[in-house]
Each structure stands twice: as structure tokens, then as C-alpha cells.
Write a protein that binds this ligand. Sequence first.
Ligand code: HEC
Length: 323
Amino acid sequence: MKRVWPSCSTHLARALLAAISVCLLWPITAVAQSPWGRDYWPNVTLTTHDDRQVKFYDDVLRGKIVVVNFIFTNCGDVCPLDTAQLKRVQELIGDHAGRDVTFYSISIDPENDTPEAMRAFMKKFDIKAGWTFLTGRQDDITLIQRKFGLEPAGEKPTAHSTTIILANEATGQYVKRSPYDNPQMLANVLTGQLNPKGRGSGSRLSYADAVAVATDESAQMFRTRCATCHTIGGGDGLGPDLLMVSSRRSPEWLARFIREPDKMLAVKDETAMAMLPNFRNLAMPNLKLSEQNVADLMAFIDVESRKTMEARAAAQHGEHHHH
Ligand code: HEC
């Protein structure tokens, strides 16, 4: 998937648009300095979640390794997944976060996304330092999206692009990724390819970790759609630990909840409502799964639960044997 630098840099003005879609990873060594500096980026004024005015190029982008996504806080389906995914990436990069890697979520619904609304959203997701939410004038934000090569899809914010951009402004490297990518892989891009200083030093991340993922389809679906918020036996995350969830809920309830959690909250389903306060009122998003997807996922959660329980029982048995 790698392309060499010269093939990317031929058409300057439109290059970024093309390049970030074509050149997934550009070799550091071939990069002298960024062709997309102050002249390329709009230096518009944005407002942060804590009510500070910042310039997009000078303050947000210049000289930094950044993760950028576009969100709006009223988004019901894919944005929460997107945010949960980035949160996981931020955890994985450890102390790089806020030190040499900065996260930005830019609102594409600035009318509703006041600094206050963004702070509430951040609280729900328990967003840590090193991650700034930005809002501003609609036109300015649309322009920024265009400059990243993301066409705003239409009038409705719900049609927005959910691409994640990883970039090193200083070296002019821009990598486009999807919220469904493996968080470990995204973390590796940030601390490895984009960050020559960070490469190998003090980070326990390896490519082997990133590719050691289940290939089975339902495992894959769990990993890409659920694992950012849930574990099976690893404790609560943004959502509850799903270990043996089928023993505490009926199959009908589970199938319906996984399929349309938003509707169940809308009709004030008692069980669903009772969970909310334990998870900072973060509602599980409607992930637009088919009935088949849900059945596969429930089977997967059961199988994984059983494996975990068996392993625990075996470990305990081993201990008893010892005495
Ligand atoms: C953005 C985070 C997020 C994602 C992604 C997510 N969930 Fe959830 N999930 C939650 C939260 C938060 C709750 C509990 C609060 C609520 O919505 O009532 C929850 C609750 C649940 C419950 C109920 C647990 C119980 O104890 O009754 C199940 C089952 C569940 N999720 C399954 C899934 C599956 C399967 C996926 C992937 C297809 C998934 N979730 C994706 C956040 C998420």
C-alpha cells in the first residue's frame, strides 16, 4: 500500500486532495518539508471547547502531529463510535498524548455545538487532556474539510464524512483512516511512521500487535464495531463488560437492544434507562446492524464468554490442585 513520495508531490495545489486518498503512508526519509504550509491552509479563527480563540494554521496545525476528525455532538450513530475509537487510540499512545500528538475534533454543526455543548460531550466520553474540540463559522469549517480532501456531503450534517486524519504538519504527511480501523494500527501510525522520534523508543506498540486480530467475521465485527466501548471479561469500558451478558438479559431484549438501543431509550425501557447513569449517560449508538449481524454478535459474545469462564475455572482448579 505504500507509494513513494515523488508520485505524490507532482501537482501542488490539488496534491493534498489526491495525496491523502492515494498515498496512505509516505516514507519519512523522502520528505524534506511540507509543501502545504501557511499558503495552503486557511488560518481561520476557531473557538475551543474552553472558549479560547485559536488560529487554524498557526495554533492548531503548524508543526504538530495531529489527529483530526469531524463530529457533531447530536450525532446518533457513527460519531460516538468514531470518538470511542479515537479515545482508544489516545490511550494506546500513552504519554505521547498531549506531548507530541494532539487530538482535535472539529464540529460541523457549529450552530448547536457551543463550547458548552462540546464540554458536555467530552464529559460523557471522559475525554482526557491533549484533545481539543473546536467550533467556528460554518463556512470556515467547510473550507477546512475541503482542504483535507473531505467533501462535505450535503446540507445535512448527518451525511458528513467520518474519516480520521492523522498528520505530521512539519513533514507534510497526511494519512486518511476510517473509524473502523484497528486502534492499535492507528496508534502505530502516530508513534511510528509519523513520529521519527517516537519510533521504537519507550513505546510497547508493535506491528505484530496490530495485525494479531481475529479473522473470523463476527470477531471482526465485534472488534470494529463494539470493542472500542466493550470488553468480554476485561472489565467495563465506555460501556459495560459483556461477559455472560446473555445470563443477565433475555435473548429478545439483547437482540433488540443491540439493534436499536436508541429506540429502547426513546421508549424508556427500564433496563436500558437503569444502565445509563453508570456510564456517564453515554447512550449506546445505533450501529445500523442487520438482524443477522446481531445474531452473529450474540453468538460471538457467548462463545468468548464461555472461553473466558472456562479459562478462569481452569486457573482456579489449578490453584486448588496445588494446595
Ligand atoms: C460508543 C460506545 C459503544 C459502542 C461502539 C457499542 N456500545 Fe454497547 N453500550 C454502550 C453503553 C454506554 C452501554 C450502556 C448504556 C446504555 O446505552 O444504556 C451499552 C450497552 C450494551 C449492552 C447491554 C449490556 C447489559 O449489561 O445489559 C449490550 C449487550 C451492548 N451494549 C452490546 C454492544 C455490541 C454488540 C456492540 C457492537 C455492535 C456495541 N454494544 C457497541 C456503548 C457502546
